[in-house]
Ligand binder design. Sequence first.
Ligand SMILES: [Zn+2]
Length: 276
Amino acid sequence: MKYILIRDDDVNFFTRPAMLEQVYGFIFENDIPINFSVIPAVNSAAKTESCHFGAGSPEPFLPRNIAGEDRQFPITGNHDLLRFLNAINRKEFLLHGFEHAGKGGKYEFESEDRKVIETKLTEGINLFEEAFGEIPETFVAPQDKYSRTAFAQIRNRFKTLSLGWVDSSRIPFTFYCRYLQMKLMHRNYIRDGNFLITEHPGCMFSKFMNINEMSKKLDEYIAANRITVIVTHHWEFFEKGALNTDLLDAFRRRITGLAGKCEFLTFSGLRKKLLN
Ligand SMILES: [Zn+2]
């Protein structure tokens, strides 16, 4: 059986439940498990380094009138959003950094400052617990970037790290053997004791991808791997506030097409499958 994990990124204080409903309503109705990677205290000064949006411009998930100000907005301050998220039937929440904003030319979790990383993780976990009544088990690093210092702490505090790809220059030397094993076995995950690292093929349901090419690539990826993490950004389905129906139709067709042929999982569900 092939396993599929849907991972939405960037839910934060400013996320409107109506947007999530428009994009994922069919997933909720069909009781398909979904994973939300949540920013616990988004900073309105967060910038994107994506060439698509223009490197150095405000993160596209921030409202235009607030973007730029160096201020944190804890997710616990948006009660409507939390009510909506907590009421979803089959969901799991993942910790997506802390404020999603880098400093000094480095992404948020690229810092080598142990104290800074420790504080961000502790505060992020505390906010997450207050919002969802549980401790996060899976970590998603903003922009997929992390230092060796951050990796060591993520390894200690989480059960799973969900990444685009494992960068051999960012993992500790003790992990290198596991990394080589993954490459030799043509796998897209590493298991080290009870700790799991998963890779994914990138964000495919994006307006910057050609829908047909993306679909072919995804077919090939699913055929070649036992596990596929499909990463989406709910905010990418909107263009100046209007829903991109072509992109959403492609996403909906793909997910409903996979239902029945594959098993949809949360990250904790995946761990049960792989570690038992
Ligand atoms: Zn993100």
